[in-house]
Design a protein around this ligand. Structure first.
Ligand code: GDP
Length: 189
């Protein structure tokens, strides 16, 4: 899949007509700092179209990016951000959950994990929500460049035990671009 164009479309916090457009959505979720924005930029061949979870503002909204004028990449707020108040974190969790339960035309949800860290309790809760809501789900194990071969195999084995059966996993690195083509093929053919 060649990425020809990618542009920011809009940010939403609640219901909006864009959600029910007849366009495929590839939505990205993950714990803050897992490398979600780096990975989205890597997939789109851009350096800073998608802003890092560390930047305030836009990262607390659901951001839509139109790709190749045909489908959306959707950036959901990262969760588990330590510096955020409990109230705000709960609000964000509710917004993420609401979005993932909305009826849409066609959607794949990509859960970004740090391969070195593996899934947190919140990631496991996310996987549960995704399977119960019948969202097509892909787990990506990012930051593969941080591990040697042996550690990498151990982590893949350990994480696979925590991921529900039938959920695909792809090892990747936003830094080295490992897995980029494989992810694109899986989510947008
Ligand atoms: P987000 O909060 O999930 O959007 O995470 P960011 O994309 O902002 O990345 C968090 C940190 O991890 C940044 O310092 C990135 O440079 C780093 N990072 C992201 N992806 C990778 C990767 O594949 N390899 C390595 N080594 N670092 C990464």
């Amino acid at each position: 899949m060649e990425i020809k164009t990618a542009e920011f479309t809009k940010s939403i916090r609640g219901t909006d007509p864009i959600i029910t457009e007849r366009k495929r959505q590839v939505a990205f979720v993950g714990r803050s700092n897992a490398g979600k924005s780096s990975l989205m930029n890597c997939l789109l061949n851009r350096t800073d179209l998608v802003r890092s979870g560390k930047t305030p503002g836009k990262t607390q909204e659901i951001n839509f990016f139109l790709v190749n004028n045909s489908f959306y990449f959707v950036d959901l707020p990262g969760y588990g951000f330590a510096k955020m108040s409990l109230d705000r974190r709960e609000q964000l969790a509710k917004m993420i959950q609401w979005f993932l339960l909305e009826e849409v035309y066609d959607r794949t949800v990509v859960l970004v994990l740090d391969i070195k860290v593996g899934p947190s309790d919140m990631d496991l809760e996310m996987l549960r929500i995704l399977s119960e809501s019948n969202n097509d789900t892909l787990v990506v194990l990012n930051k593969s460049d941080k591990l040697n071969q042996r550690e990498r195999h151990e982590q893949i084995k350990r994480i696979a035990l925590q991921v529900p059966e039938g959920v695909d996993m792809i090892v990747c690195s936003a830094k080295t671009k490992e897995g980029r083509e494989e992810i694109l093929k899986r989510v947008v053919g």
